[in-house]
Design a protein around this ligand. Structure first.
Ligand SMILES: Cc1cc2nc3c(=O)[nH]c(=O)nc-3n(C[C@H](O)[C@H](O)[C@H](O)COP(=O)(O)OP(=O)(O)OC[C@H]3O[C@@H](n4cnc5c(N)ncnc54)[C@H](O)[C@@H]3O)c2cc1C
Length: 328
């Protein structure tokens, strides 16, 4: 059984013969009323890039039990399960996603619970912005670098998000996750394989929450001042328009943004997709960009950088439900 980065369980059936309505009918009979399941849910508005089509089936489980029911039902039918965080590192293809897209948008997943031993339990659906705000109020130091990353905890764990010299897994003690057969387990960080924008275990399993370790305690005003410094730095260096964050990973010892800039590509456009004049590793949506415009621009940027610099840029953003080598 092969599992790819965004397919948490395999599609073994062509979309044309999958009976999506049967999946919805089967789970509707057993899920709690608080769990939402919808057909043909538009995904563009659920992402920061704001492009792309719909999910064949979309669900917001309200409990671990409901999540397990959904996942098992999808598996039985050979349907892919794809997690959706805040959609801030995703490009959704024009034709959407042939699979079950699951979002932890229900409030149940947004826990922030400081513990007596100084650690803090957070749900995978908690927005990083709220994590920063709540940690500041609680006087907990060490989460400030997450300010301005527009994802949630689950997406940040999967991507090992990083900024200002800090990485998500710097602050993780353990992760609670669900495996494709619906089993819930807790893994200590020492047993997880993490690297730059990568967490091996979360290619196969879903993060439900994590135990985080603050670096220290401090006065809330002092923490807020540090967050302001990071916020200002970000505002000066990143575009404001819709984007999916950095499109390419930094090659070892180099900056993808600098390579693109030095190749003279800032401001290059395909339709309303544009290489940001502010930060060359961001492709922004100037208003009416389509997913295909973004993909075509990515192909052009890669080709130009290869020609000018001899370097193959590797995408950091995720092509949702598809594999990059198939479109690049
Ligand atoms: C303006 C802007 C600035 C950004 N700045 C930064 C930055 O400084 N540093 C940085 O690292 N990134 C940055 N990003 C990229 C992005 O915000 C991060 O990668 C973030 O961690 C993605 O989180 P998300 O919740 O939006 O995940 P999504 O984009 O929704 O998903 C990303 C991946 O995680 C998977 N996933 C989501 N939830 C789970 C879960 N619970 N369990 C398992 N897998 C899951 C998805 O299936 C997908 O494969 C930026 C993006 C934007 C738009």
């Amino acid at each position: 059984m092969s599992i790819s980065a965004t397919h948490l369980s395999p599609v073994s059936t062509a979309s044309s013969v999958v009976c999506w309505d049967d999946l919805v009918a089967e789970v509707a009979a057993v899920l709690s009323p608080a769990t939402k399941v919808r057909r043909e849910e538009p995904l563009g508005p659920k992402t920061t890039m704001r492009v792309g089509g719909a999910a064949r089936v979309y669900a917001e489980p309200a409990s671990e039990a409901d999540f397990a029911i959904l996942w098992r039902a999808a598996r039985r039918r050979g349907i892919s399960v794809l997690m959706l965080g805040r959609g801030s590192n995703l490009i959704v293809p024009e034709d959407g996603v042939d699979g079950l897209v699951v979002s932890l948008a229900n409030e149940r997943w947004a826990a922030f619970e400081p513990r007596c031993d100084g650690k803090v339990w957070v749900g995978a659906g908690l927005r990083l912005k709220n994590l920063c705000g709540l940690a500041t109020k609680a006087g907990l130091v060490g989460f400030e670098f997450l300010e301005g990353i527009p994802g949630n905890v689950g997406g940040a764990l999967r991507m090992n998000a990083g900024a200002m010299g800090g990485w998500m897994f710097d602050i993780v003690e353990e992760v609670r996750l669900m495996t494709p057969d619906g089993e819930v387990r807790t893994l200590p960080k020492a047993e997880m394989h993490v690297a730059y924008r990568h967490c091996e275990e979360l290619h196969h399993a879903v993060a439900l929450g994590a135990l985080l370790r603050p670096a220290a305690s401090a006065d809330a005003d002092a923490i807020a001042r540090q967050i302001d410094v990071y916020r200002k730095k970000r505002q000066e260096s990143q575009p404001r328009e819709p984007s999916a964050g950095c499109i390419f990973k930094n090659p070892p010892g180099a900056s993808a943004g600098r390579l693109i800039d030095e190749s003279g590509l800032k401001g290059t456009r395909v339709g309303d997709a544009e290489v940001s004049p502010v930060h060359a590793n961001f492709i922004v949506n100037r208003g009416a960009a389509r997913s295909d415009d973004v993909l075509e621009l990515i192909r052009r940027v890669r080709a130009h950088v290869k020609l000018a610099k001899g370097i193959d840029l590797e995408p950091e953003a995720i092509l949702y439900g598809k594999n990059w080598p198939d479109v690049l």
